[in-house]
Ligand binder design. Structure first.
Ligand code: GTP
Ligand code: MG
Length: 297
């Protein structure tokens, strides 16, 4: 039996979270066309007869105004050295720039195996593929290169074969049916954040936060009741999230409901979604909690 920890590294929007979801056959990590969607290190677990691969989906590396922070890079490198393998995902639809150079520089010095994966094969021309191969050949010499489409589940088997080949012998660390180690509240809040992010444009997606204020299970009725708050930074953003006559928040609710239901297929589900402007919501939440408690008693 084999067991390995695998970190997925790449630029924002390279498709890291999509890859984890495709491999784990489940929405483990949320995705969107907006760069910097993933905000935490998210674990996705894949198990078959060969053993277990524990993936860490990471927030995309990006260069801030101050450039790549050296200390941050050192931390990143030392934590990557503790994994059994690294998947370096490249989005070859975009030409590599300073960001890609910084990532490949950081990864090229690692002593752990790095599997270079050219993603979005479904969209790539032959020229783009050979340009990516040339880039990787130069910046990641000696590392293996695969091509895949995380979105269309193409080339994934080859990635798994290679990762299991690299994996050390070991017992399973998680239950064989586990797909992620995230707690329920976090998973639900991330699903809502994904739907909210995907419902708006430009800078608003980054202003969105989601908090679950209540999560209750009524065993008698087999009913799950969730109340969540979508928090934004400004009143104008709240208006956009709510939409005309509440149309946007309704659409977010319907889409989130569908995905959350997959976590609880056998139970009745109630989802109460509200929008708040950051800084104001805590007092309101307290009132709501109180009201709710009073109703319950
Ligand atoms: N055509 C195509 N699109 C893809 C593929 N993989 C990912 N995408 C799209 O690329 C966008 C970004 O995907 P994510 O998985 O969120 O990217 P990420 O690397 O996790 O991004 P961050 O979390 O922001 O760092 C989404 O719109 C995906 O649908 C692929 O293989 N082909
Ligand atoms: Mg992501």
């Amino acid at each position: 039996m084999k067991c390995a920890s695998v970190a997925i590294i790449g630029r924002p929007s390279a498709g890291k979270s999509t890859l984890v979801n495709t491999i784990c056959e489940s929405k483990v990590s949320i995705t969107s066309p907006t760069p910097q969607t993933t905000r935490n290190a998210i674990r996705g677990i894949y198990t078959d007869t060969r053993g277990q691969l524990i993936f860490t989906d990471t927030p995309g590396y990006h260069i801030s105004d101050k450039g790549f922070n050296k200390r941050m890079q050192e931390i990143a490198v030392s934590s990557l050295e503790e994994t059994d393998a690294v998947v370096y995902l490249i989005d070859a639809t975009r030409s590599p720039g300073a960001e890609e150079d910084a990532i490949s520089y950081m990864l090229s010095g690692l002593s752990v195996p790095v599997l270079c994966c050219i993603n979005k094969k479904d969209m790539l021309t032959d020229q783009q593929i050979s340009a990516a191969r040339e880039y990787l050949g130069k910046h990641m010499p000696g590392r293996q290169i695969l091509e895949l489409s995380a979105l269309e589940d193409d080339g994934i088997d080859e990635v798994l074969i290679e990762l299991f080949r690299l994996a050390p012998e070991g017992d399973l660390l998680y239950d064989e049916n586990a797909r992620t180690d995230q707690n329920l509240e976090f998973r639900i809040s991330e699903i809502i954040r994904e739907k909210a992010m995907n419902s708006v444009k430009e800078e608003i997606p980054h202003a969105i936060m989601v908090e679950i204020s209540d999560l209750e299970y009524n065993e008698e009725e087999n009913r799950i009741w969730i109340r969540a708050f979508i928090t934004v930074e400004r009143e104008s953003q709240k208006g956009i999230i709510v939409g005309k006559g509440g149309s946007n928040i309704k659409a977010i609710r319907v889409a989130a409901f569908k995905d959350i239901k997959k976590i609880f297929p056998q139970s009745k589900l109630e989802l109460d979604l509200r929008v708040h402007v950051n800084g104001k919501w805590k007092t309101n939440d307290f009132t709501l909690r109180k009201v709710f408690c009073e109703t319950k008693e």
